[in-house]
Design a protein around this ligand. Structure first.
Ligand code: NDP
Length: 299
């Protein structure tokens, strides 16, 4: 029997509806949750993502602002913009769209953002909080979205073998940190694989939950997957396709058709993990606004 598809579009819509509800409740207390995205330069892909984030904020009844700076902006000027946003009580979430131009140190930029406004979850303080399981930390949006998907799809995680392909700081490592916590949607035994891992398929074939985040088109094939496994495909890869008007199509890191014939549940690409990322960004921003209110008399 082919695997059940985990519908990222539907789950993301559910998350966004809850965000809109929470935003309404905050507005009744006089606070409109606000996300400010800073875009340096005019990379078309980044401009597209930033536009999508602004639109999603507005749809959820939140303030969504974008500050657009020229590619030549000096690092000090960008840091000064962040300082201003850190000090602005109407701004609950700050996101600097990556990548930044080469003359700017991305780590310095990330570290300058107030951790309580770091809704991307990239600041070392939040990475640490996620690792120790501190409830007020912000987890990076993609792995947080995967965890929500597993829960919404009714996947039992406790005691399961989770194998993660990829060790980046935005997906693989925080994914592992989330799944080894004790509690709901976690309690997994986690293995992280990367480009130096030997005998990759031996690891992947042990996985009850296999999460691919490597950026290699359709690299995970059916022979690498345990029958009945849950397969989550984070990859977003462009491959040439002359039959498409735009000359390419988007595929994941998993060879969907053959793996779907072996897995119990699987996420498609597109329409799987992708839509969850923006939904979790909104959820983190609303939570940042809730946390900012918690310290005031209204909260
Ligand atoms: P990175 O390039 O930062 O990391 C890729 C990881 O995969 C690295 O740890 C690398 O190992 C590992 N890797 C590469 N090749 C292999 C291999 N042959 N075998 C085993 N491991 C390998 O990518 P990201 O984590 O940023 O993104 C991964 C994918 O997810 C990309 O396709 C990206 O587009 C997508 N993505 C999707 C998002 C979404 O919203 N759905 C959000 C973010 C990313 P090593 O460390 O040794 O180099």
């Amino acid at each position: 029997m082919p695997a059940e598809r985990i519908d990222g579009v539907a789950i993301a819509a559910k998350v966004r509806a809850k965000v809109a509800q929470d935003a309404e409740a905050l507005k009744a207390k006089g606070v409109t949750p606000g996300l400010t995205v800073v875009l340096v330069g005019d990379d078309p892909a980044s401009a597209f993502y930033v536009g999508a984030k602004e639109k999603a904020c507005k749809e959820a009844g939140m303030n969504g602002e974008t500050i657009r700076l020229p590619a030549s902006t000096p690092e000090a000027e960008l840091l000064a913009v962040i300082d201003k946003l850190n000090a602005d009580p109407a701004v609950h979430g700050i996101l600097v769209q990556m990548p930044v131009p080469k003359h700017i140190d991305a780590q310095k930029v990330i570290r300058r953002i107030d951790p309580m406004k770091d809704v991307d979850g990239f600041h070392p303080v939040n990475a640490g909080k996620v690792l120790i399981g501190d409830a007020d930390g912000f987890a990076p949006c993609t792995p947080a979205g995967v965890q929500v998907m597993l829960q919404e799809a009714g996947v039992e995680t406790s005691g399961k073998e989770a194998v993660i392909l990829g060790r980046s700081t935005i997906v693989g490592k925080p994914m592992a940190a989330l799944l080894i916590q004790s509690g709901k949607g976690a309690d997994c035994t986690v293995t992280i694989c990367h480009s130096r891992t030997k005998n990759l398929a031996e690891h992947t074939r042990r996985a009850d939950i296999l999460i691919a985040a490597i950026g290699k088109p359709e690299m995970v094939t059916a022979d690498m997957v345990k029958p009945g496994a849950v397969v989550i495909d984070v990859g977003i890869n462009r491959v040439d396709d002359a039959s498409q008007k735009r000359g390419y199509r988007i595929v994941g890191d998993v060879k969907f058709d053959e793996v779907a014939a072996r897995a119990s549940k699987i996420t498609p690409v597109p329409g799987g993990v992708g839509p969850m990322t923006i939904a979790m960004l909104l959820a983190n921003t609303v939570r940042a606004a809730q946390l900012s209110l918690a310290g005031t008399p209204e909260g």
